[in-house]
Design a protein around this ligand. Structure first.
Ligand code: MN
Ligand code: MN
Length: 469
C-alpha cells in the first residue's frame, strides 16, 4: 500500500509555490498589461473598443468582410458597441460545436437617472441623481473620485461621447458623506445596507452660478451652459443618454511583494481580457473557438446586449453560413448542443475578516488558481446551471494535462447568499457549461483585489480549453 497521501488526497496549494522565477516574471508582465486594459476600458463600450483594437492588431476581421470558411481564419463581431465576439475557425465543421469562453464586460456602477440634474437652492450646488447598476454596497461609493462616462444622443441625432475624469487634468465628481462628528443620530444607527440609501447617491457637479442675478436655478443653469458650449447639449438631451459614474481609482499592485492587483472592474473584465488574450494565441484549432464578451450580466443578462439575447446564436449562424451558405436550422442547433463552454466569471475569494460566510473546504482563495464552480445559485442550488459530472471531468482533465493550477468551490456557506452567471443561459441552448474563473476579494467594490498569479493562470486555463479537441 502506498503511503503517499498526495496521490489520494486533494490538497489546496498556492500557485506561488509552484512558480519558479521565470514564471513569476511572466505573471507580473502579464498583470501589468492587464492593468493597462483595466484603466483604459472603464466602461463596457470602452472595453469593447480596446479589445477590438487589440484583435485587429492580431489580424481579426469583422465578420461581414469574411466571404468563405478557411481554417485558422480570425473573425470578430460587435453588438451595439457593448459586446465583442471573437472566433478562430477550426479544421472540423462547426456543426460539431465550438469551444466557447463567455465573460462579461459590464461592472457595477452608478448610472445617471433620465432627468439627473438639479440644484440644491439652500447650498447653491448642482447635483446629479443616480440609480445604481448591479449589486453594490452603497456606502462604498461615497468619498471617492468618480468619472462621468457615456454616450448622449442630441436632438439632431448627433452622438456625443463623454469621458470626463479619464485624463489626469480633467475634473472629477464625488458623492459627499457626513462627517463622523455629526453622524450619531442620522447615520450611525442605520443598518449597514442603509448607511447610504439609494436616493442619497447624488453626485456633486457644480457650484458657480451664472452672472444673471434674475435667472432661476443659477448653478444648474451654469452647468447646462457649460454642457451646451462644450458639447452642444441641452437638458432634454440627457433623456437619450447612457451615462455611468465610474470610480477613477487606477489599478495598483498591492503588498511589499506586489502579489495582488487592485483595480476597478476585475469582475469580470479579468475574464474578458484573459480569454481574449488566450484566443489570440490559439493556433490552428481542431474545433472552432469563440470568445464572447457580453453586457448586462450584473442585472440578469437581460436586454439586447445581454447573454439572453440572440446575438451569440446569430454570430454562430454567420459562421455556419461561411461553411455552407444554405445551412439548415437543424445544423445550427447541432452546433449549439455540441458546443462546450467555460462561463468565465469571477467568484468570491475568502477575506481575512469574514471567513464565517464560507465553508472553507469549498471556498475560493486568491492565489490558488482558476476556480471550477460546478454550481452557483442560492438556497438549494436554486437558479444554478449545475454542470454535469462528465463535463467537469473533461475540464478537470484538460487542466491537469496542461498543469493549470485550479481549485474548486462555491460562493459561500449553504443558505448564506449566492449569485449567478451567464452559465444557465448557455446551458439552455443545450451547451455543456462550467463556471470557471479567478477568485476575487472585495468583489463588486470600487477597488477589487485579485492575485497576480491567478490572472496569468486564467489566461493559461482558457487557452488550454480552447485548444482541447
Ligand atoms: Mn461576474
Ligand atoms: Mn458580478
Amino acid at each position: 500500500m502506498s503511503n503517499d497521501s498526495s496521490k489520494l488526497m486533494l490538497e489546496n496549494k498556492s500557485v506561488w509555490e509552484r512558480a519558479d522565477a521565470k514564471l513569476r516574471e511572466r505573471y507580473f508582465g502579464f498583470a501589468k498589461e492587464y492593468a493597462g486594459f483595466l484603466d483604459v476600458g472603464r466602461t463596457e463600450r470602452l472595453a469593447v473598443d480596446r479589445l477590438k483594437e487589440l484583435a485587429e492588431q492580431q489580424g481579426f476581421l469583422p465578420v461581414e468582410k469574411v466571404k468563405s470558411w478557411k481554417a485558422g481564419q480570425k473573425i470578430y463581431a460587435i453588438n451595439r458597441g457593448k459586446n465583442i465576439f471573437l472566433a478562430v475557425l477550426g479544421q472540423e465543421p462547426l456543426e460539431n460545436g465550438a469551444n466557447l469562453v463567455a465573460s462579461h464586460l459590464d461592472v457595477p456602477r452608478l448610472d445617471l437617472k433620465q432627468r439627473p440634474l438639479y440644484q440644491d437652492d439652500e447650498l447653491g450646488q448642482a447635483l446629479l441623481r443616480t440609480h445604481y447598476y448591479g449589486g453594490v454596497k452603497k456606502y462604498q461609493w461615497v468619498n471617492i473620485p468618480l468619472g462621468l462616462y457615456g454616450k448622449v444622443i442630441l436632438r439632431d441625432g448627433r452622438e456625443v461621447d463623454l469621458a470626463i475624469g479619464h485624463d489626469d487634468d480633467d475634473p472629477c465628481f464625488v458623492i459627499t458623506d457626513i462627517l463622523p462628528h455629526l453622524n450619531k443620530k442620522d447615520q450611525a444607527d442605520r443598518k449597514s445596507g442603509e448607511t447610504i440609501k439609494g436616493e442619497e447617491l447624488v453626485v456633486l457637479c457644480g457650484g458657480i452660478p451664472v452672472d444673471d442675478a434674475e435667472a432661476k436655478s443659477r448653478v444648474k443653469l451654469a452647468v447646462l451652459e457649460h454642457l451646451n458650449k462644450k458639447y452642444g447639449m441641452d437638458e432634454e438631451d440627457l433623456i437619450s443618454s447612457e451615462i455611468e459614474m465610474v470610480p477613477l481609482i487606477k489599478s495598483r499592485f498591492i503588498g511589499f511583494d506586489r502579489s495582488f492587483l487592485g483595480g476597478y472592474g476585475h469582475d469580470d473584465r479579468i475574464c474578458s481580457y484573459t480569454s481574449v488574450r488566450a484566443i489570440f494565441d490559439v493556433k490552428d484549432p481542431m474545433r472552432t473557438v469563440v470568445a464572447a464578451c457580453v453586457d448586462k450580466e450584473e442585472i440578469g443578462s437581460e436586454g439586447n446586449t445581454g447573454m439572453q439575447a440572440m446575438f451569440l446564436w446569430n454570430f454562430l449562424g454567420d459562421l455556419m453560413a461561411l461553411n455552407k451558405p444554405d445551412y439548415s436550422e437543424a445544423a445550427l442547433r447541432r452546433c449549439l448542443s455540441h458546443t462546450r463552454v467555460l462561463s468565465a466569471d469571477t467568484n468570491a475569494a475568502v477575506e481575512p475578516n469574514f471567513k464565517g460566510v464560507h465553508e472553507m473546504s469549498n471556498a475560493g482563495r486568491a492565489g490558488y488558481g482558476i476556480m471550477m464552480v460546478k454550481y452557483t445559485g442560492h438556497a438549494g442550488k436554486s437558479g444554478a446551471s449545475d454542470a454535469n459530472a462528465e463535463f467537469v471531468g473533461r475540464v478537470r482533465k484538460i487542466f491537469n494535462d496542461n498543469n493549470i493550477p485550479w481549485q474548486c468551490g462555491a460562493m459561500g456557506k449553504v443558505d448564506e447568499g449566492g449569485g449567478g452567471t451567464v452559465a444557465k443561459f448557455l446551458a439552455r441552448l443545450g451547451m455543456e457549461v462550467l463556471d470557471c474563473g479567478p477568485a476575487v476579494m472585495s468583489l463588486h467594490s470600487p477597488f477589487e483585489v485579485v492575485s497576480v498569479a491567478d490572472i496569468y493562470v486564467s489566461y493559461q486555463g482558457y487557452l488550454a480549453f480552447y485548444q482541447a479537441g
